[in-house]
Design a binder for this molecule. Structure first.
Ligand SMILES: N/C(=N\CCC[C@H](N)C(=O)O)N[C@@H](CC(=O)O)C(=O)O
Length: 870
């Protein structure tokens, strides 16, 4: 059965008024005036009469009303501007749309619809004439997979014969819907995070059981597979070409049109709650029967004059680039198919037709593009930051708990005694952290074990209870590692998930674990332990990169390269000297991390909420068991501060600066212009269009990822700056940037290492480039200084010598002694021992310089320090 839809979109999109004559004067005109597609499509406020007459073969507005009624929809008094249909993106469903397009094309468009779009633009100049020239039909690709959809609207103007009865069982949204905070709340979420469960109390928000307190237009719509917007007056749907044109126009010519398409996407991804769908694959349309309200530019536009609604913005999957990418490909394919060349060339036509075929238009969803499930990171590695949380996928197929099951379960929170009702789904989704802090599980369990042992040692729990707790925690850890643990968002975070699971598993003894402990000291203990390990991992990767650099340096001991300042040729340097300069920088990066690790390695556990406890705990024991240096001295400080996170992120940021600079240098050197290094294919990528290209993407991304590392630091700095002392929930936000930064830096180091292992320096090219730039000029100045000439004077003399070379188009070493003497008589025959890059390099003798002896020594030192055997 059909029900009323509540379209929604984004707020605060750009919206301008239609300049149609009807502008706000009548109901239809009002709808038009807030229709951002107005520049493309007929303004109902103006062209209605004519259109209705001229297209009377299509469903009339009254028929559409009938259709809605037939679908069980309570009718609004106003005619709809558009209908929105959802379409499947799999299999047969597409056939409907493809057929439809074909049919339409046959019937009405011997030529593609470009002329009608052109007429839309002409319509800007001549609205009266063009007001009834275009229909609004927007269709978007399915954004998430679903086994099947859907139904066709009863009395659909285009394909009424395909109408299907609604199947209530199929009314579930096909895929995870994303809420405003970016968390998925769909029951279909295919992972082990169990979504919000209905709770007792008046805020229970199960859509099935309790009506939303919001008026329909503000309710969170669910997700559908795709959509069509059908102009009611004509019943016309959009062909692929229409969509393309809308998008092209929207992106290049008409911002409002673009955003309207985006609004449509929002709608597609956050469809009305009461969509009617059937389990049949064909025909593939979901009817949305909110006839007078259309979400445009993030605003619900009511058909009724001037009545508008602005709902909260929605983060839908349509915001994800892959959906837009598919749409753009579709536009492009259609454009290709319609070129006159394609039409004249049978093979091209076939190719293009294939490109625009339904499988292309509605590709099977690629599971890799579904970011909600990420592989469970083995060994406690970190996951993506994000609005899209990294959920453990953990054997979802075998053990996943159906969300419907979980919805039936009602659990009192661990703090349930004080509360009469549960939080709303929105609050639960907004406040949970389990979607990312599950990564702390190993440390949380470690802390709990140390705590339980301490409680037992202090006689606060029995040895038997301790053993049961430890055994239970071991089992839970195993479950997590095996991907069999059920993470629940209604248990908020890693602490409560594990504690609640432990209580479920071992009963009463587990209820004693939280004695003399709070989540405030627990989380910061977990975090310090996590940081400690993360630092160790980064230190290891730094060392790997250093080793690679030293090995590279050892391979090119004698290779002289131009040294640059201001990116202008300056002086010759030995390549190993340059490579070892990176090694030195990395060593300081490591040093900062080591210092940070030392400073953070103090134990907050036992600080409890903020004030400590009146129970006789032994914080020294816990600290020792967890391999902390000592317990933190001040319990308020222990739970308050995240300076260790900041320090870590700052150290990461500085390391990222260094890595980014290496990235930049190697990207430059790999360019045709420099041609100094060649990355192997294994660390290069190609171009989708330019067959000859080989891009050093990994190093570009090393440079690029530094940006997010800096951003992570900035996030936590900003997070912490305004907090009053002791724990504040804001601090929960420290984790994602922390995880993100560590992940990025680890990745950067890994890729740099691999790049270093897979590049070769082009000695010939480098050597042939050396004569340019008078790299030996400064050495010549040193020669004159050795001859007793004051440096300023020698600088002047060499400057004139270079000018002479420029006039003669030669190198300094190519000047005859007479030439040099003509500049200054101080030059003698020994001057040639200083000229030329080899001579110049050999003259460097200062400590740490690029002189061969110095570099050899540096290299040896590093090999020893890094344990590289000869
Ligand atoms: N809610 C709370 N701490 C939550 C800490 C864990 C949180 N997921 C985080 O990551 O910071 N503090 C309570 C005490 C508690 O829940 O243990 C309070 O101070 O009132």
């Amino acid at each position: 059965m059909s029900t009323v839809a509540t379209p929604r979109g984004r707020s605060s999109q750009r919206r301008t008024r239609c300049k149609c004559a009807g502008g706000g004067g009548g109901d239809r005109a009002a709808a038009c005036c807030f229709n951002p597609l107005r520049s493309l499509f007929r303004c109902p406020g103006r062209g209605r009469g004519r259109r209705s007459r001229s297209r009377s073969r299509h469903t009339t507005p009254s028929k559409v009303r009938d259709a809605s009624v037939a679908g069980g929809v309570e009718q609004q008094s106003e005619e709809p501007s558009f209908f929105v249909y959802a379409m499947p993106n799999q299999g047969g469903g597409d056939g409907v749309t493809a057929d439809h397009s074909k049919k339409k094309k046959k019937k009405k468009h011997s030529k593609p619809r470009l002329p009608s779009i052109r007429s839309c633009f002409r319509g800007k100049k001549n609205k009266e004439r063009k007001a009834n020239a275009a229909a609004v039909v927007a269709r978007r690709q399915a954004l998430t997979p679903a086994p099947s959809l859907v139904t066709h609207p009863p009395h659909s103007p285009s394909t009424p014969e395909k109408t299907q009865a609604a199947t209530p069982s199929a009314t579930q949204p096909p895929s995870p819907a994303v809420t405003e905070n970016g968390r998925t709340n769909s029951p279909a979420t295919p992972n082990r995070i169990i979504p919000a469960t209905p709770r007792p109390g008046k805020h229970s928000t199960s859509s099935a059981s309790a009506p939303s307190p919001f008026p329909p237009q503000w309710q969170q719509p669910k997700q559908v597979e795709g959509l069509e917007i059908v102009e009611v007056a004509t019943g016309e749907r959009l062909s692929a070409h229409d969509v393309g044109l809308i998008e092209m126009v929207g992106s290049s010519a008409d911002v409002s049109a673009e955003s309207s398409v985006k609004s449509s996407l929002d709608y597609a991804n956050d469809p009305p709650q009461q969509l009617t769908v059937s389990s049949k694959r064909k025909p593939a349309v979901v009817k949305v029967t909110e006839p007078t309200r259309v979400w445009l530019n993030g605003n619900a536009v009511k058909g009724k004059a001037g009545e508008r609604f602005t709902g909260p913005p929605v983060a839908g999957e349509a915001d994800e680039l892959w959906a837009h990418d598919i749409a753009c490909s579709r536009v492009h394919a259609v454009m290709l198919a319609e070129t006159s060349w394609a039409k004249r060339t049978p093979s091209a036509t076939i190719l293009m037709a294939a490109a625009t075929s339904q499988s292309f238009l509605s590709p099977a969803p690629n599971p890799l593009l579904r970011p909600r499930i990420l592989p469970f990171p083995a060994g406690g590695s970190v996951s993506l930051r994000g609005r899209r949380p990294a959920f453990p996928s953990v054997a979802a197929a075998s053990t996943s708990m159906a969300s419907s099951e979980s919805e039936e379960r009602k659990e009192t929170k661990l703090w349930g005694g004080r509360f009469e009702e549960g939080v709303t789904d929105a609050v639960e989704g907004f406040t949970e952290s389990i979607s990312y802090d599950w990564q702390l599980y190993k440390y949380d369990i470690m802390g709990s074990k140390a705590h339980a042992s301490m409680l037992a040692a202090q006689g606060l729990i029995t040895a038997g209870d301790k053993d049961i707790i430890l055994e239970g925690l071991d089992q839970i850890e195993k479950l997590i590692q095996d991907g069999k643990f059920e993470w629940r968002t209604d248990r908020e975070d890693v602490h409560m998930n594990i504690e609640a699971a432990l209580i479920e598993k071992v009963g009463e003894p587990a209820k004693k674990l939280h004695t003399a402990r709070s989540r405030n000291d627990q989380i910061v203990t977990d975090l310090r332990l996590w940081c400690r390990d993360a630092i160790d991992k980064i230190l290891f990767r730094i060392k790997q990169f250093q080793v690679s650099l030293v090995l590279l340096a050892s391979k090119y001991v004698d290779l002289i390269v131009p040294g640059y300042t201001h990116l202008q040729r300056a002086q010759p340097v030995l390549l190993p000297h340059l490579l070892l300069s990176y090694v030195e920088q990395l060593e300081r990066d490591a040093g900062r991390l080591v210092n940070c690790r030392e400073r953070l390695n103090f134990c907050p556990l036992g600080a409890c909420a903020l004030a400590g406890t009146g129970l006789p705990i032994d914080r020294f024991k816990t600290a020792k068991d967890l391999k902390f240096t000592a317990p933190m001295k001040n319990s308020i400080d222990a739970v308050s501060d995240r300076d260790f996170v900041l320090e870590f992120l700052a150290a990461n940021s500085i390391a990222a600066v260094h890595l980014s600079r290496i990235g930049e240098e190697w990207v430059l050197w790999a360019s045709e212009e420099f041609g100094f290094l060649t990355p192997s294919d294994s660390v290069s990528t190609g171009s989708s269009i330019m067959p000859q290209k080989k891009n050093p993407d990994p190093m570009e991304l090393v440079r690029g990822k530094s940006a997010r590392v800096f951003g992570d630091l900035m996030t936590v700095l900003t997070l912490c700056k305004g907090l009053p002392q002791a724990y504040n929930r804001d601090l929960q936000e420290d984790k994602e940037p922390l995880f993100d930064s560590v992940k990025a830096v680890l990745g950067m180091l890994e890729v740099c290492t691999e790049f270093a292992q897979n590049i070769s320096f082009n000695s010939k090219r480098i050597q042939s480039s050396l004569p340019a730039g008078y790299l030996d000029a400064t050495t010549l100045a040193d020669y004159l200084v050795k001859k007793g000439v004051p440096f300023r004077t020698s600088h002047e003399i060499v400057g004139r010598s270079v000018a002479l070379c420029v006039s003669k188009n030669c190198q300094l070493a190519e000047l005859g002694l007479d030439d040099l003497k003509s500049v200054h008589p101080v030059f003698e025959g020994d001057v040639y021992e200083y000229l030329g890059v080899e001579n110049a390099v050999n003259k460097f003798i200062s400590y740490g310089s690029t002189g061969s002896e110095q570099v050899k020594k540096q290299l040896e030192d590093w090999r020893t320090q890094l344990g590289i055997s000869s």
